[in-house]
Ligand binder design. Structure first.
Ligand code: ATP
Ligand code: LTN
Length: 333
């Protein structure tokens, strides 16, 4: 008997050049899951409008993100790689789910609190209801699992609550999704301020590694990374947040545990360790960068992938949406 593969859904915003945090926290896991699961990886362009975007740049970034998905090794024949705005069901389900979400639930979201503090001149309705659209993304595809970085856990919790709430009222409709958060690489921190997460929207370029940074820049930025007092390479998030972050990064690119990293650098100095981390990261990113350049240039191929996959995504999503429309009492033909 054939065992049905479980379904995975995840999304990344085309809101800027991705960082090493996005790669280790999300993208790398996407590629590792593609054989075992039925995967939908979305370019969530609608979410980016919560912050003002330049239209031409947004369009370019959506193509770039697809090129990066492919460059990281996602096979377009095995995974459904698509753009959120190509499947109208996301906006439609988002409206319905919004009517089952309490203001208090949205007010508690830490990302809303952070982003509204950072963009005080544009605290819009979309920023507030952002997590409802994310729940719609996930629930439309009946996803069993959602690979995300630790910062998205609260949003996933809301998606689970909404699925359960709807199921309780109308009977089994949605699968209640589980988060897939990998220890260590789930929260890569800033290189200069290891108390905050590495973020592509950071003003200081030395805080992050971009996936497009040159080898030289990568090595230099790691050389400059803040370390802690003491001199041993030892994992301790409280006492040694800088070193622990670098250990998480090295462990993730070399597939080593913290103990494995400690052992490899026993007796060596911080400077040697930082050089090794920079080189290891540059080595892992080099082939991704080469493939990224090739895919970016082939616009016809990118369009072909998007068009074909949006049809596959639409078919799956519209099945769920039809069921929801029937259950809430709309006339459905
Ligand atoms: P911003 O940093 O501009 O707020 P973002 O990078 O958090 O945006 P997305 O691009 O949508 O937003 O994130 C895509 C995925 O990368 C998400 O699963 C997110 O959890 C993960 N991610 C983002 N930053 C990190 C990080 N520093 N460490 C680990 N995972 C991360
Ligand atoms: N909110 C996420 C991006 C995102 C997402 C999703 C992630 C939108 N929809 C569905 C997983 C599943 C972010 O800001 N990183």
């Amino acid at each position: 008997m054939e065992i049905k593969k479980k379904t995975i859904f995840s999304g990344i915003q085309p809101s800027g050049t991705l960082t090493l945090g996005n790669y280790l926290g999300a993208l790398k896991n996407f590629t590792e899951l593609q054989d075992e699961y039925n995967c939908y990886y979305c370019i969530v362009d609608m979410h980016t409008l919560t912050v003002r975007q330049d239209p031409e740049k947004l369009r370019e970034r959506s193509y770039s993100l697809l090129a990066l998905y492919l460059a990281c090794g996602l096979d377009p024949d095995k995974n459904v790689l698509f753009v959120q705005s190509h499947v109208p069901c996301h906006a439609e389900l988002s409206w319905i789910l919004g009517c089952y979400t309490y203001m208090g639930e949205l007010q508690r979201m830490t990302q809303f609190k952070d982003k509204s503090a950072r963009h005080q001149d544009n605290i819009n309705g979309g920023l507030f209801t952002y997590p409802v659209l994310m729940a719609a993304d996930i629930l439309l595809y009946q996803a069993d699992m959602v690979p995300i970085g630790a910062d998205q856990k609260q949003h996933l919790e809301l998606a689970r609550n909404l699925a359960e709430r709807f199921n309780n009222i109308y009977g089994e409709t949605f699968i209640v999704p589980e988060p897939f958060i990998r220890g260590g690489s789930a929260r890569i921190m800033s290189l200069q301020e290891p108390s905050k997460k590495m973020s592509k929207s950071d003003a200081n370029v030395n805080n992050f590694i971009l996936l497009t940074d040159t080898r030289d820049d990568i090595v230099k930025k790691f050389k400059k990374a803040v370390t802690d007092s003491g001199s041993e390479v030892r994992y301790d998030e409280n006492e040694k947040p800088g070193i622990s972050n670098l250990m998480n990064i090295y462990g993730a690119v070399k597939n080593l545990t913290a103990a494995g990293v400690e052992k490899e650098f026993e007796g060596l100095r911080y400077g040697d360790f930082k050089k090794a981390v920079g080189e290891a990261v540059a080595d892992v990113l080099a082939p991704v960068q080469d493939r990224y350049r090739e895919f970016s240039e082939d616009r016809a191929f990118l369009d072909k992938v998007l068009k074909r996959n949006s049809e596959i995504a639409f078919e799956a999503a519209s099945k769920t949406l039809k069921d929801v429309y029937e259950k809430v009492g709309f006339i459905v033909y």
